[in-house]
Design a protein around this ligand. Structure first.
Ligand SMILES: Cc1ncc(COP(=O)(O)O)c(C=O)c1O
Length: 371
């Protein structure tokens, strides 16, 4: 919940909209909230020449991006460019297309026959080792529709972070080699990394950007795929295979759109990215306490994200440790969802400094006690 539960302005925006227009499928129609939201999202991009397709969840925003990328090449007579490259271990959602670009044998084997095979770029990789990716990408350049990334932080893989420089090189390669860049900002977008979008750290301008989660402040299910105009312009009613055959019932739902418009206003007024960066510095400074603790493998931070990774086999209680820490923190009012031995904090942006201090102190104490 980017803005916490029951944020009064989001609640009011939902209430006000609910008595005006509750639902419209956006098929040959539009409504003011969706139009305003599309305009606002476009203005947050490096250039405003964008079109926006709404959906209800992150995975659907990713599906839309993959389909737009693939159909774009078809629209311009380059149908041989129909494959995707992705980072090994990245997570983009649980639908078939999203799974295909986040394929892990141990999780997805039952679905393998239904998934198109993506080119997986090895991860993690040293900042100066882009040549490994480049070699693989160059080999497949002529069949690649797009590269999709989780920018700067692979969440489900264990909050694995990589330098902006690497994303910069990838973006530059894509531009120079006629391959689209799809940036999945569903987890990192709207200030989390200390910039409005994580791609800003890398100075890249992705062709397609997927947003979700914090789009409505976390209050209602809504996501969006933001596409550059040069992609949009190749679509149309004629010929029929230039029509994007994609749309969800609740695409651009007016109540969700009203919540999102209000969330974006709140973000702007509170200077969300600057706030996340400042709070993140405070968080990082306090997590330093664990840096050299025995049993701690790594402490890493990015914007308002703090991660502590433990040595998986440290001490006699290694197997039970994640569950124990989770339980202990829950008893103290802190809800945490560890990824195995990776413990992370992604507090809401409305957290006060003293609340953050208390949260981190409780967290650090629980980790210390567990070790
Ligand atoms: C980077 C990323 N992409 C896509 C998704 C899928 O979003 P949803 O769960 O809303 O389908 C997630 C969800 O955690 C995510 O973190």
């Amino acid at each position: 919940m980017a803005l916490g539960h029951g944020h009064p302005r989001i609640v009011k925006a939902i209430q006000d909209q609910a008595v005006v227009l509750q639902q419209s499928i956006l098929g040959n129609f539009t409504h003011p909230q969706a139009a305003e939201l599309a305009r606002r999202l476009a203005l947050l991009m490096p250039t405003p020449d964008r079109h926006v397709l709404f959906a209800s969840d992150g995975a659907s925003a990713v599906e839309q991006a993959l389909k737009i990328a693939m159909q774009y090449w078809n629209n311009i007579g380059r149908g041989e460019k129909h494959r995707f490259a992705c980072l090994h271990g990245a997570y983009h959602g649980d639908t078939l297309g999203a799974m295909a670009v986040g394929y892990l044998d141990e999780w997805h084997r039952p679905f393998k026959p239904a998934l198109s095979k993506a080119i997986q770029l090895p991860f993690p990789i040293a900042a100066d080792a882009f040549s490994i990716w480049e070699e693989q990408l160059t080999q497949h350049r002529d069949e690649l529709a797009a590269v999709i990334v989780e920018p700067l932080c692979l969440g489900a893989a264990g909050m694995l972070m990589y330098p902006a420089e690497l994303l910069h090189k990838l973006g530059t390669w894509c531009k120079a080699n006629e391959v689209l860049l799809i940036d999945d900002e569903i987890a990192m977008g709207f200030g989390r990394t200390g910039r409005m979008f994580a791609f800003e750290h890398a100075g890249v301008d992705p062709d397609l950007v997927c947003v979700g989660k914090a789009l409505t402040g976390g209050a209602l299910p809504m996501s969006a795929t933001i596409a550059k105009n040069f992609l949009y312009e190749t679509f149309g009613d004629e010929p029929a295979d230039h029509t994007l055959q994609h749309g969800h019932t609740y695409c651009g739902n007016p109540i969700a759109a009203a919540a999102a418009n209000e969330a974006l206003r709140v973000y702007e007024e509170m200077g969300i990215a600057e706030r996340a960066a400042a709070l993140g510095k405070r968080l990082a400074a306090q997590l330093q306490a664990l840096c050299n603790a025995p049993g701690v493998r790594d402490v890493r931070c990015l914007g308002l994200i703090g991660v502590v990774e433990l040595e998986p086999n440290f001490g006699p209680n290694a197997t039970f440790r994640p569950g124990w820490v989770r339980q202990r923190l829950q008893e103290q009012g802190v809800l945490l969802r560890p990824l195995g031995n990776v413990f992370y904090l992604m507090p809401p942006f409305i957290i006060k400094e003293e609340e953050l201090d208390e949260l981190v102190a409780t967290f650090v104490a629980a980790i210390r006690a567990a070790l």
